[in-house]
Design a protein. Structure first.
Length: 610
């Protein structure tokens, strides 16, 4: 009998596994603005190194594609080279025996279609279209282009009020975004190459907590121009803020009793305490923005009247109406939309859900807000019903984890098929059709019925959270072009054939995040300023600290802690705990200051708004 030995990984394998992890982190943190042709070359070379050599299309084909891309980068290619590459890629896709050859060739083929102008620029002019003056990755991915490294450096020096001033140059809602921003900036944080992305949102929240109320900048001299802003949500208030800073008198028209839009009437208090939202709104109103409450466009006032009274009109209404399931019984008692449900709670009109079974249909952030709110209103059982998998939910992972921690039941791969009501037209439950994962379309797995019988889910209250729409009827009647439920505008935000009417935010782009609405409002405000014949610049006059030259050693990320699940479901108080000063110091110290090391200095404090 031969002697057996315990298998242990070879040193080469251990090193290679580490290299794979390093490569994964580098890909994750790759910044915007990289040359796509060079990235294609790197990817093809990596795939070519993984080929086994058993089939010619993969081993030889990828080698030929790699050589062609090198010729493009070296200035030795011609336009015919692109045709050869396209045919070679198609052949490799069709004839490769495994996924390595197919996927690598498919990536090249999609690149030839998607960014062919980059290939042609290399061939014709020997250069890349991407710029070497690209912004820092975190800034590039922030829709509002907030100076993130700058305010992190200020936080490290405990200059919290200055950090808020710097943020407000590009985002007048620093406190609000410290609580609820989806932080896309963290996705490409270069710190990922070492350990983990910096907790940018957490640092913003910490600065807002420790700074207290910070006065806005001094407004420019009055220009005599007046602008009507329709909608008092984040987009409308942001636009009014910047218009006022530039010297134009902004008047916000809001149909609800208080300002904030979906921030106040759509996001529950446990995620965004309304007294903290009021901090941002007070700072905006201190600039001199005027407000008209209780007036609904098309009902209490018309667009034509506003155009006569003001030099410009800006439409920034949010996505405040709901989408329907399209099922019989949807009008039964106990069936409400998430928008309607959350707005009632925002007005302190709490439905009594004590001891009831609640189901929420949908897998986005709004559905998570709805289920967690229902739990706090005393529901005996709350379920999320979603037709895809948890991995396919559009809600932030932290929101899903928070819901599960609070006892929410998640029922996935279940598509609503019918609603059962009793004799009094009150909902009794819903039938759902079991689904199974199917083909991937546009990068996302689709679903199809499994063929099994429908499943019955009893519920006393059904909340539908499958999307939101824009109320556009009055604008259509006023002659404003509307396409697919959105107001159609030029790239500047101006409405065709109405040079004094502009639109921005959800009503022009469709439902999006808060920071996206803020960014759109900032751009439209700047374009209204130019329409008036001005070119004001916004400055915060904050001196940003020089970067430290100390070594940056690997260090774990500081995450926000939360109140215990069993405690927080009893009330609507805030869930997250703020960082301590020591935690913020450490987290801010992890910043690599990419704005000075590797990406050039983009500071100056007096940039245009876009």
């Amino acid at each position: 009998m031969s002697r057996l030995e315990i298998a242990s990984p070879k040193r080469a394998k251990i090193v290679m596994e580490g290299l794979y992890k390093d490569l994964e982190r580098r890909i994750e943190s790759s910044p915007p603005g990289l040359c796509p042709v060079d990235m294609a070359r790197a990817f093809v070379e990596l795939c070519h190194a993984q080929t086994c050599g058993k089939c010619v299309p993969c081993r030889v084909g990828l080698g030929q594609l790699n050589q062609c891309i090198k010729e493009v980068l070296d200035g030795k290619a011609t336009m015919k080279t692109l045709d050869i590459m396209e045919q070679t890629a198609l052949n490799a896709m069709e004839a490769s025996d495994c996924a390595i050859g197919y996927e690598a060739a498919n990536m090249v083929y999609k690149g030839l279609i998607g960014y062919r102008d980059d290939y042609e620029e290399h061939i014709k002019n020997g250069r890349c279209t991407c710029t070497y003056h690209q912004p820092v990755p975190c800034v590039a991915l922030c829709p509002a282009s907030v100076d993130i490294p700058g305010y992190i450096a200020l936080i490290r020096e405990e200059r919290y009020a200055d950090a808020i001033r710097l943020i407000r140059k590009d985002n007048p809602f620093p406190t609000t975004c410290g609580f609820i921003c989806e932080h896309p900036c963290e996705a490409r944080c270069r710190r990922n190459m070492m350990d983990d992305a910096i907790n940018i949102r957490g640092l913003k929240r910490m600065a807002a907590d420790y700074a207290g109320e910070v006065d806005p900048p001094v407004c420019s001299a009055p220009t005599g121009k007046k602008v009507a802003v329709l909608g008092g949500g984040p987009g409308g208030l942001s636009a009014a803020y910047y218009l006022q800073l530039m010297g134009h008198q902004a008047t916000v028209y809001e149909m609800l009793p208080e300002l904030g839009g979906m921030l106040r009437y759509g996001i529950p208090n446990y995620r965004l305490p309304k007294d903290r939202l009021d901090e941002d709104i007070r700072a905006i109103l201190k600039t001199g923005v005027e407000v008209r409450h209780g007036l609904k466009i098309g009902q209490d006032i018309s667009l034509q009247d506003l155009r006569k009274q003001y030099d410009a009109v800006l439409i920034t209404i949010g996505a405040s109406t709901d989408k329907k399931l399209g099922l019989p019984g949807e009008d039964a008692d106990g069936v409400v939309s998430a928008v309607q449900f959350l707005r009632s709670v925002g007005k302190n009109e709490h439905p009594d859900l004590t001891g009831k079974e609640v189901a929420v249909i949908g897998g986005g952030n709004v559905s998570m807000d709805a289920v967690r709110t229902a739990r706090r209103l005393g529901a005996k059982k709350v379920s999320i019903v979603y037709r895809r998998r948890v991995a396919d939910m559009t809600a932030l992972p932290a929101e899903i984890e928070g819901a599960v921690a609070e006892g929410i039941e998640v029922q996935t791969l279940m598509a609503p098929s019918s609603i059962e009501v009793d004799e009094q037209n009150h909902i009794k439950g819903i039938y759902v059709t079991p689904q199974m994962i199917s083909a991937i379309r546009d990068g996302r797995a689709s679903v199809k019925p499994t063929g099994e019988e429908d499943v019955y889910i009893p519920c006393d209250y059904l909340i539908v959270a499958i999307g939101q729409n824009i109320e556009t009827r009055h604008f259509e009647e006023a002659g404003i072009p509307v396409e697919k439920g959105k107001i159609h505008t030029k790239s500047t935000g101006a409405v065709e054939h109405m040079p004094d009417v502009f639109a921005g935010g959800d009503c022009a782009s469709g439902p999006a995040s808060v920071i996206t609405a803020i960014a759109a409002a900032k751009v439209v405000a700047a374009n209204i300023d130019e329409y008036f014949g001005y070119r004001h610049e916004i400055s915060c006059d904050v001196e940003i600290p020089e970067p430290s030259l100390e070594d940056k050693i690997p260090c774990g990320r500081v995450n926000m802690t939360e109140r215990e699940g069993c405690e927080r479901v009893q009330d609507f108080a805030g869930v997250e705990n703020c960082m301590t000063k020591n935690e913020a110091q450490q987290e801010a110290g992890r910043c690599l200051r990419c704005d000075h090391f590797g990406y050039g200095i983009f500071k100056g404090g007096r940039e245009r708004l876009w």
